[in-house]
Ligand binder design. Structure first.
Ligand code: 5GP
Ligand code: MN
Length: 333
């Protein structure tokens, strides 16, 4: 038995001994966050372990087709604090620091429950009792697959297969990012055999946009700026752009990818105004050996080598853009 099998068995043992489990994930949850949480939720419920998923935001519209996505609850202190206080195991999925749970962070920090992190982001912070981190891995969904597969008495159900499929599909950019290994494809083959339908799932996740989101994309594309001799492309979206299209920052999830489709661009950035919170969200993407995680770290964020992000405070979109360009100057000078 190798080391990761021991770790999987330890985690399964702890979960199976728990009387109440809380699953949580990061703010602005993506397909990997929601898919991983729901996959593990289904597994635990089928093993008769009382479990709740509580997160800081709500489930994005394009993931609401996932089985039992309605059971993912948005944190409300009045409704959830007593459950959280009485839980004996908390699993943090797809995050490397507790602050990524945003509104939940204070109560989770105080909790005496056994804390498990399952994640693939670089530089995991030491805040849990047990850390299952593999920064080489495509997605947290892939780790959940490995974990559940280590249970010899359990056969992956269609619901679980669909949730893990979404997690891996979204975090590999539909199987094209560098971490798309042959092992990922073998796992995907098993998930299809277990009932996940690639065509249906892709259609739900990517082809059900309201027109207003595509209109917003049009505005964002038309305003793209090129900097640093064509190496950096920056897309900005202001509160006026959101207002004129009736959208908000959560409707921009796949926009930043477009910046890397331009010849010569090695870093692509989306800067959006989160006017509800007076903040600016920065999404960073890069190609090959050009890394953006240090850039994100310098702005108080984090992420992966080729996909990272940060949230900053600033007085205006222009001044946020200027601080971003100043950070880039450090990298390019
Ligand atoms: P996205 O640009 O899609 O929001 O995020 C890209 C990656 O960077 C994700 O893996 C996400 O977890 C990470 N990331 C985005 N924003 C932040 C942030 O504010 N703090 C940290 N630590 N990571 C972030
Ligand atoms: Mn992920």
């Amino acid at each position: 038995m190798n080391n990761s099998n021991i770790l999987h068995n330890d985690i399964l043992k702890i979960l199976k001994k728990s009387s109440k489990v809380l699953l949580t994930t990061h703010t602005n949850p993506d397909g990997d966050a929601i898919g991983s949480a729901l996959a593990l939720y289904h597994y635990l419920i089928l093993n008769n372990i009382p479990t709740q998923i509580v997160i800081s935001d709500d489930v994005p519209r394009n993931l609401q087709f996932l089985p039992d996505s309605k059971l993912v609850e948005s944190y409300n202190p009045n409704r959830h604090n007593s459950y959280i206080k009485s839980t004996d195991t908390i699993v943090f999925l797809d995050l490397n620091e507790i602050s990524r749970t945003r509104l939940l962070a204070p109560i989770l920090e105080q909790s005496n429950a056994f804390k498990i992190v399952i994640d693939h982001h670089t530089n995991p912070k030491d805040f849990a009792n047990l850390l299952y981190s593999d920064t080489e891995c495509s997605s947290t969904g892939e780790l959940i697959y490995r974990l559940i597969s280590a249970d010899d008495d359990f056969k992956i159900t269609q619901n679980i297969a669909e949730c893990i499929y979404v997690a891996i599909m979204t975090d590999t950019g539909s199987f094209r990012f560098p971490r798309t290994t042959s092992e990922v494809h073998r796992i995907i083959a098993n998930l299809i055999d277990a009932g996940a339908d690639p065509y249906k799932i892709y259609d739900f996740v990517h082809n059900q946009n309201p027109l207003k989101i595509i209109r917003l994309l049009g505005i964002a594309l038309s305003k793209m700026q090129i900097h640093f001799n064509g190496k950096v492309c920056i897309m900005t979206i202001s509160k006026e752009d959101f207002a004129s299209t009736g959208t908000n920052y959560r409707d921009t999830e796949f926009f930043v990818e477009r910046t890397l489709s331009i010849e010569g661009v090695e870093i692509g950035i989306l800067l959006t105004e989160v006017f509800e919170r007076g903040e600016f969200k920065i999404s960073l993407r890069s190609k090959g050996e050009i890394y953006v995680n240090s850039l994100a770290n310098a702005m108080g964020g984090g992420g992966h080598l080729n996909a990272a992000g940060a949230t900053i405070k600033s007085t205006s979109l222009d001044s946020a853009l200027q601080s971003l360009i100043n950070q880039l100057k450090i990298k390019y000078n």
